[in-house]
Write a protein that binds this ligand. Structure first.
Ligand code: NDP
Length: 248
């Protein structure tokens, strides 16, 4: 049975991933940081989908909190064999407005998006059995120099490289891969972006060859594939799930 920890599962892609694992009969630990009520809703959805769910509050950008979260997940599920490092944040700053980027922007994005994954993976590798896997959420922004801000884009590029480093270190015991979403609707993400123009993406844009925005379920499906036996010979890869944006 899959024993899954999804970080940042209170809303969005993390929630969808938790629910899709639950539909396959998995046990799922739903990590959140500040959105307790939303995490409770994810738990209800996981249970309605037939899975066994648990809530675990932790700020994964904090080394000791991330380590404690891994051990809490092991305690709750009596093991851990899938870790999905999904928690992430951004700051919306136009790429050409360099003066608007502060040291704090660099620090918080690097800590939350990159260091959190390192901390969780380091501890998880000590307790995960042979055949386990880790999936990290990167972004199309880590492949192409665009997205919500330069610090975000760079943090996501770092995740792609961190994934390769850890895949190398953890092989053959644990597979480590990343997924890079394109523009995903129906998450809390773009609510923080005053300039986000949904219509621009929905109508006539040629930036997305598939001519539609992504949904959290598109990303969750890719994560479940990488966690499955069908992907048992895949490690160290970054899988773009972005309707073809990176080939445009
Ligand atoms: P949302 O903003 O909808 O959700 C983010 C989640 O991360 C929340 O559950 C939040 O929990 C959690 N989180 C943030 N900081 C922390 C922290 N320090 N500790 C624990 N949890 C934390 O994001 P999405 O679902 O849209 O995105 C999920 C992932 O996918 C992110 O890594 C993002 O970078 C990536 N992505 C998203 C894209 C999109 O278009 N939506 C595109 C490309 C990549 P809480 O509220 O409880 O703090």
């Amino acid at each position: 049975m899959q024993k899954v920890l999804v970080t940042g599962a209170s809303v969005g892609i993390g929630r969808e991933t938790a629910v899709l694992f639950a539909k396959q009969g998995a046990q799922v630990v739903i990590n959140y940081n500040s959105s307790e009520a939303e995490a409770g809703e994810t738990l209800r959805m996981v249970e309605a989908a037939g899975g066994k769910g648990y809530l675990a509050k932790a700020d994964v950008s904090d080394d000791s909190a991330a380590s404690a979260l891994i051990h809490e997940a092991v305690r709750l599920m009596d093991g851990l064999n899938v870790l999905v490092n999904n928690a992430g944040i951004t700051r919306f700053i136009p790429f050409d407005d360099l003066d608007a980027v502060t040291s704090d922007d660099w620090d918080i994005l690097y800590k939350t998006n990159v260091e959190s994954i390192f901390f969780c993976c380091r501890e998880a590798a000590k307790v995960m059995p042979e055949g386990s896997c880790i999936i990290n959420l990167a972004s199309i922004s880590g492949i192409l120099p665009r997205g919500s801000s330069i610090p975000y884009s760079v943090s996501k590029a770092a995740i792609i490289h961190l994934t390769k480093c850890l895949a190398n270190v953890f092989s053959p015991k644990i597979r480590v891969n990343s997924v890079s979403p394109g523009v995903i609707q129906n998450t809390r993400w773009n609510a923080g972006n005053a300039n986000f123009n949904l219509e621009k993406y929905q109508s006539g844009t040629n930036a997305i060859p598939m001519k539609r925005l992504g949904n959290p379920s598109d990303i969750a499906s890719a994560i479940l594939y990488l966690a499955s036996d069908q992907a048992s010979y895949i490690t160290g890869v970054n899988l773009p799930v972005e309707g073809g944006m990176s080939v445009k």
